[in-house]
Design a protein around this ligand. Structure first.
Ligand code: SF4
Ligand code: SF4
Length: 341
């Protein structure tokens, strides 16, 4: 499909067109930017770096009801995800789209998760390329991503100044491009080359990196290494690094009785950094201290996941570094893994 351009003076009209779907876009919320459903195009805030909470919450909500039940009634009232409707996530960053394609492998593996997969099917991802890396702690290029990366996206927009360059990448993206056709124009031939130069410049500005070669194989050999005690000493067990990670996907399932005899089964995000996460009913906890929990977090992302799914479960978004209250830095941990003997 031909590359198009969306003039910025048509941006609001285009977003208005998309409100016929469930439109999710970055928006300001006090001091931070979050992804939320918007009905007024004026709420969208596209001049952002990256959101504090990743858009994973749209397809994998922080809390969701799976079904409702009633005492004496054998019928379960199951959640119908289709009622949420066709969804467009507009303006997400390439690393967050790539994270969804990584998490897809887990939710469609040994058990096909109907809630997650139906939402993914109903969702079109419209990315916004990072002309400037959003943070000093971005390292997407070390993990196979890039500021103009397209993996997981249906459409990619690049901010060219007074307009966006618009490229459909999948069938879903082509359909969306047709929906927006009244607001789009043909892009001049030289625009693609200009975008390629911008992409190379943006890649050159990524300041941090790690050579991941050999890390997945080396991690299991460092099981008892002293580095785990050192790198986890300051950890508060707050779970921020996992809740705000676009690839973290742990959840708990609980039955909640809301009224006498009436209740719901709900699923909610969980975190392997919480001390109760692996606590057995017997009182035994196989990961009793921060040392084991940090070792698990790093090993899961950089060893167990690639062993099972052939991809590291980290996209280098930098959120866990930016937002850890005690400045624990995953790149510094990985550097220690590389140097350990
Ligand atoms: S954000 Fe930092 S303090 Fe909180 S659990 Fe993660 S590593 Fe520990
Ligand atoms: S581990 Fe940290 S850098 Fe990697 S994807 Fe998760 S939040 Fe981003």
């Amino acid at each position: 499909m031909a590359v198009k351009k969306l003039n910025k003076d048509k941006e609001k009209e285009a977003l208005q067109e998309l409100t016929k779907f469930r439109l999710i876009a970055p928006a300001k919320s006090d001091e931070v930017v979050i992804f939320k459903q918007i009905t007024d195009p004026g709420e969208a805030f596209l001049e952002y770096g990256n959101s504090t909470v990743p858009p994973k919450k749209v397809v994998f909500p922080q809390t969701e009801t799976l079904f409702r039940f009633q005492r004496g009634n054998p019928e379960l009232r199951e959640k119908n995800v289709e009622e949420e409707g066709t969804t467009v996530i507009f303006g997400l960053r390439p690393c967050d789209a790539r994270a969804m394609s990584i998490v897809d492998r887990l939710f469609s593996w040994d058990y096909e998760d109907p809630y997650y997969l139906k939402r993914r099917e109903l969702t079109t991802l419209v990315g916004l390329a990072c002309v400037e890396p959003p943070s000093i702690n971005c390292f997407c290029t070390s993990l196979g991503g890039s500021p103009f990366g397209t993996e997981g996206l249906d459409m990619l927009l690049a901010d060219m100044g007074d307009h966006y360059l618009v490229r459909a990448l999948t069938e879903k993206g082509e359909k969306l491009q047709e929906t927006l056709s009244a607001h789009l124009e043909d892009a001049p031939a030289e625009e693609e080359k200009k975008a390629e130069e911008m992409a190379a410049r943006a890649e050159g500005k990524i300041a941090r990196s790690i050579n991941t070669e050999g890390i997945p194989e080396k991690l299991p050999t460092l099981w008892e290494h002293e580095l785990w005690k050192k790198v986890s000493a300051a950890c508060l067990g707050c779970g921020i690094c996992t809740y705000l990670c676009p690839t973290c996907h742990c959840f708990d399932i609980q039955d909640e009785v809301e009224e006498m005899g009436e209740g719901r089964r709900a699923r909610m995000w969980d975190s392997c950094m919480f001390s109760e996460y692996t606590l057995h009913a017997s009182g035994h906890n196989p990961r009793p201290t921060r040392r084991e929990r940090t070792r698990n977090r790093i090993s899961h992302k950089y060893s167990y996941y690639p062993k099972r799914f052939e991809v590291i479960a980290c996209v280098g978004c930098g959120r866990c570094i930016n937002l850890c209250p005690v400045n624990i830095d995953i790149l510094e941990i990985l550097e220690q893994v590389v140097d350990a003997s």
